[in-house]
Design a binder for this molecule. Structure first.
Ligand SMILES: NC(=O)c1ccc[n+]([C@@H]2O[C@H](COP(=O)([O-])OP(=O)(O)OC[C@H]3O[C@@H](n4cnc5c(N)ncnc54)[C@H](O)[C@@H]3O)[C@@H](O)[C@H]2O)c1
Length: 319
């Protein structure tokens, strides 16, 4: 069933029906996050096939009207999720992708913003911080309504690794990855808490020591997690789909949840004119506010490094 001219309920558009876009569509449908879901892809048969495949199982899910279409069909979406682009290949850095994906982003932006001027835009395509910045520069959308998925996925990966090491469920651990979704990301360990205690106190409470080498290794493991999955199966899509589902739920429920997503830094903490991930409160209007956290001098330096690295790419690409 295609859309009726009048929108009722909550509508989400996904641009790009590849691995990531299709898995996000499936995840949103399983959870009944919206009532209408539109898939748009330059490869129309692919978008149509993905929508049909999901629709054929819809009797086992909450009611969601899933279909593929053209830009006109996206009209008045509440959320637009952007996954178009070329996926990272094994041994290819996110930065190698930047030029191509920036150009793709620039070409789709005027098409989609024409029909969805009031949507919250969730950018997933990589390099996500650079493409979030591109949407800021070329989208003509208020900055609170532009959210890069950023280090949301990296933070989830961090929580899962710490959970495995401590034997505590990941949902009982508050831990974040800040900065670039990429090589210069870092974990601000001073903000990691378990049961209301700093991670360092928690370790003491169970008569264990925090080993600085272990912390470094965890950061490396988080940074390499995506590449490892790509090397093993060619792409990553389940964990990112779950992260994006969470962002959409927070927007549609106006939950005001703290998330590490990518947004314009406006020079905070001495950063440059870049988009990178810090903790934000996310709700119906997108990014509601930024949380000012206290960083240690080392963490502060790591954030500035990440910002500088992103700025260098932006300058090179002349965005
Ligand atoms: N932010 C994250 O944490 C994260 C995680 C995983 C993947 N990604 C990124 O998500 C993006 C998509 O990955 P994927 O595995 O789904 O790739 P994919 O190649 O499977 O899908 C990309 C889709 O975009 C479509 N497309 C390309 N140009 C288009 C255009 N101009 N208009 C409409 N559609 C267009 C293609 O036809 C394709 O179906 C990549 O950039 C990837 O690096 C990000």
């Amino acid at each position: 069933m295609k859309n009726s001219s009048e929108k009722k309920g909550r509508k989400i558009t996904i641009l790009g029906a590849g691995n990531v876009g299709a898995t996000i569509a499936y995840t949103l449908t399983l959870k009944g996050v919206c009532s209408e879901l539109v898939l748009v892809d330059i490869n129309k048969p692919k978008a149509m096939g993905e929508a049909m495949d999901i629709r054929q199982g819809i009797s086992f899910c909450p009611s969601v009207n899933v279909y593929s279409g053209d830009y006109e069909d996206t009209k008045d979406s509440d959320i637009v999720i952007i996954t178009v682009g070329i996926a990272r290949k094994p041994n290819q850095t996110r930065i190698d992708l930047a030029k191509t994906n920036v150009n793709i982003m620039k070409s789709v932006l005027p098409e989609i913003t024409k029909y969805c001027p009031d949507a919250v835009y969730v950018i997933v395509s990589n390099p996500v911080d650079i493409l979030t910045y591109t949407v800021h520069k070329y989208g003509g959308i208020p900055k609170n309504r532009i959210i890069g998925s950023g280090t949301m996925l990296d933070s989830a990966r961090l929580r899962s690794i710490v959970a495995d090491r401590l034997g505590v469920s990941a949902d009982s651990i508050h831990a974040y990855v800040f900065g670039e979704h990429g090589d210069t990301s870092f974990a601000p360990w001073s903000l990691t808490t378990i049961a209301g205690m700093s991670m360092f106190d928690y370790y003491r409470s169970i008569n264990r020591q925090v080993n600085p080498e272990m912390l470094k290794q965890i950061e490396v493991d988080v940074r390499n997690a995506g590449a490892q999955v790509i090397a093993a199966k060619g792409a990553t899509f389940y964990a990112i789909a779950l992260s994006v589902k969470r962002i959409c739920e927070c927007i549609l429920r106006d939950s005001k949840t703290v998330m590490t997503v990518s947004s314009m830094t406006d020079g905070i903490y001495g950063t440059e004119d870049v988009c990178l991930s810090l903790p934000y409160i996310v709700g119906a209007d997108g990014i509601i506010s930024r949380i000012k956290v206290n960083l240690t001098p080392d963490e502060d330096e790591a954030l500035r490094n990440s910002s500088k690295a992103l700025k260098a790419i932006i300058d090179e690409l002349d965005i």
